[in-house]
Write a protein that binds this ligand. Structure first.
Ligand SMILES: *Cc1c(COP(=O)(O)O)cnc(C)c1O
Length: 374
């Protein structure tokens, strides 16, 4: 049995008629960049996220960069974020001319530790950039409290967490801007790149609309230096179809996570992901932790692979240890929880179309290698 990390072909098979109709509709319309399809999707996404505005852009990475710019982040500013995330989070900060300032993560959720943020706030701190890693929401109550106390902007990286909630409220709707990715492997994936910023701030939304379209509101009249970073109509049409299925898919992801938690309970040296009180997880990834170091984790991945089961390590090297950030002056030992996580994490197959048979096969394969402690 071959079990992929995610199965986009199976997903398409289930929604083929709707998708094909939507794609034909856009091609027949002759309107491909922004336009009515993107506007309709923006309204639907704002409603879904519980924000008053949504602005479609070319990728999740662009969503982060444009959101930071729209919130006034620029050269000389510091942005506090997690070292345990995808590089796009900090690329966006650096591309604005600002400096990422890392703060260690919580050992359980692997998200930015809100209790450590305050001690890193300086005169230069402009914004906090929490990442809802794997789909588990950050403690936005504490992050917003810290931000308010120090007058900081908050930009949420929701690339892995569309649909997740904290205290009943959707991620992306807490801070000044929430950034979404429609990369194909994300919970809501396009057939190509795409991204979006959701916000309750009309001024931020207006600046984003200008920034994404060459710095102007009216064609050939430019107010600021902008970008070509627009969501295209074909992707928007595809995403509108998929949005109609999203809640069902998220429910299925949670069911699979529950089945994994059952199947992998009481295995010595395996920790299944927790969901803290007040959080609803989106389970973009189902990430276990394997004790005993990277070699042991990698041996389990190799064992799974030999049984046809895919897995992935998000992420094998925390950002403060990356070559690209050498000049920031961090060193090994700087963030013990992030460094422990990079040695331990292993993400297992999870996708709405995953069968009970495939879940069982994955659990059995793990149990065959790691002895039960009970
Ligand atoms: C995927 C991802 C991004 C970037 O999204 P793209 O659409 O691929 O540009 C940013 N942050 C995190 C945490 C991600 O997982």
């Amino acid at each position: 049995m071959q079990i992929p990390l995610t199965d986009l072909a199976a997903q398409y098979a289930g929604i083929k008629d709707e998708i094909d109709e939507a794609v034909r509709r856009v091609i027949s319309s002759g309107s491909f960049i922004l336009g009515p399809e993107v506007e309709a999707f923006e309204q639907e996404m704002a409603a879904y996220c519980g924000t008053s505005h949504a602005v479609g852009v070319a990728s999740g990475t662009d969503a982060l960069q444009l959101a930071l710019l729209a919130c006034g982040v620029g050269p000389g500013d510091e942005v506090i974020t997690t070292p345990f995330t995808f590089i796009a989070t900090t690329e966006a900060i650096v591309n604005c001319g600002a400096t990422p300032v890392f703060v260690d993560i919580e050992p359980e959720t692997l998200n930015l530790d809100p209790s450590l943020v305050e001690q890193h706030v300086t005169q230069r701190t402009k914004a906090l950039l929490p990442v809802h890693l794997y789909g588990h929401p950050c403690d936005m109550t504490r992050i917003m409290e810290t931000a308010r106390r120090h007058g900081l902007k908050v930009i949420e990286d929701c690339a892995q967490a569309l649909g997740a909630t904290w205290m009943g409220q959707r991620v992306g709707s807490f801070g000044d801007a929430g950034c979404l990715s429609f990369f194909p492997g994300k919970v809501l994936g396009a057939y190509g790149d795409g991204g979006m910023v959701v916000t309750n701030d009309a001024d931020v939304a207006e600046r984003l609309r200008i920034l994404r379209n060459h710095g102007g509101r009216v064609k050939y009249y430019h107010e600021v230096n902008g970008f070509n970073s627009r969501l295209d109509a074909l992707q928007a049409a595809v995403l509108r179809v998929k949005l109609g299925h999203l809640d069902g898919w998220l429910e299925r992801r949670r069911d699979i996570a529950a089945a994994y938690a059952d199947g992998l309970a009481n295995i010595e040296d395996i920790t299944t992901p927790i969901v803290v009180d007040g959080a609803v997880h989106a389970f973009n990834y189902y990430t276990i932790r394997v004790a005993g170091g990277a070699q042991r984790r990698d041996a389990l991945a190799a064992h799974l692979k030999s049984h046809g089961i895919a897995s992935a390590v998000y992420y094998p090297l925390a950002l403060h240890l990356q070559v690209v950030y050498r000049q920031l002056g961090y060193s090994p030992g700087g963030f013990p929880c992030a460094e422990q996580a990079q040695e331990a994490v292993l993400s297992l197959p999870i996708y709405p179309e995953m069968t009970a048979l495939a879940i069982d096969a994955t659990v059995d394969s793990i149990r065959a290698m790691v002895p039960d402690s009970t």
